[in-house]
Write a protein that binds this ligand. Structure first.
Ligand SMILES: Nc1ncnc2c1ncn2[C@@H]1O[C@H](COP(=O)(O)OP(=O)(O)OP(=O)(O)O)[C@@H](O)[C@H]1O
Length: 261
């Protein structure tokens, strides 16, 4: 398997504050990772570094075999798929859902005068179908529900066949049905050997799609545990990460955690 992401002794300091400290982490092309941790633990900062959004203060970040700091990040970004709330904010409300996906082929937000190849349009329509969005293809992005919006942003992120897909809280703010629907789709996507490496940040163990293989637990910018899901996502590691005792259960690949009173 090919290494797609490596953090080597990464620190990230801003305004005199240590946000990440001594992070070592490695992702292979067939792995699907979830990053869990309390508010402010540094999860989004890790995604920011992994998507070329910033540089580590010390240590090294290697993305798709390229060292951050000595590579053209604009070229590297075309090989990554990223969906998060910040990316959704950049999409014009008036954009159709088909164009939200299609414009990823040109790395732009908002269609202007680009002429798209028939092959790109076919690819967009195939992806819209895969993410349950065909019926909404001509709807305006601004009219979508939160759940539809999240799916549209993931569809956009996979449009260019990225070598690594990174998702920041894809299930946040979704109702139960929309969350379950999205989890099923993510689970199906994760199961395909054709899919890229995946890294997903979430706040809740209930939001881990079955089929995800690895977990990284972060607290105060430090890795508490990282590795294969079954060995890493334990009540003991959750306690060390969140500072509370949990009853943790897993059924049919779905995790649930309830604080022990
Ligand atoms: N530029 C900055 N200057 C100072 N502090 C920062 C800066 N960027 C991030 N932080 C702080 O770093 C910490 C980690 O932020 P980050 O957004 O990575 O956490 P998170 O784990 O994603 O949190 P949440 O779960 O609440 O989204 C936070 O306390 C945040 O306030």
């Amino acid at each position: 398997m090919v290494n797609v992401l490596r953090f080597s002794d990464v620190t990230y300091v801003r305004n005199g504050r240590s946000i990440l400290g001594g992070v070592d982490w490695s992702v292979e092309s067939d792995e699907r990772w979830v990053i869990l941790g309390p508010n402010g633990a540094g999860k989004t900062t890790m995604l920011k570094l992994a998507t070329t959004g910033d540089y580590p203060t010390t240590g090294a970040v290697d993305i798709l075999d390229e060292r951050l700091g000595s590579v053209d990040i604009f070229e590297l970004r075309t090989r990554l798929g990223f969906a998060g709330s910040a990316t959704a904010k950049r999409i014009p409300d008036s954009e159709t859902v088909r164009d939200v996906v299609l414009t990823a082929a040109y790395s732009v937000e908002g269609r202007w005068n680009e002429a798209y190849e028939a092959i790109d349009v076919r690819q967009a329509d195939r992806i819209l179908a895969e993410w349950g969005l065909s019926a909404l293809a001509d709807h305006r992005f601004g009219t979508l529900s939160d759940g539809e919006r999240k799916r549209a942003m993931i569809a956009r992120a996979v449009m260019t066949d990225p070598e690594m897909l990174l998702l920041d809280e894809p299930s946040a703010s979704l109702d139960l049905g929309a969350r379950e629907n999205l989890l099923q789709m993510l689970s199906g996507f994760a199961a395909s050997p054709m899919s890229p490496a995946m890294v997903m940040v979430t706040h809740h163990v209930e939001e881990i799609p079955p089929g995800f293989t690895h977990a990284l637990l972060l607290r105060d910018g430090r890795v508490q545990a990282a590795g294969p899901l079954a060995e890493t996502l334990t009540a003991e590691h959750l306690e060390a990460t969140f500072g509370m005792t949990f009853d943790l259960s897993v059924r049919d690949g779905r995790y649930a955690a309830v604080a022990r009173v």
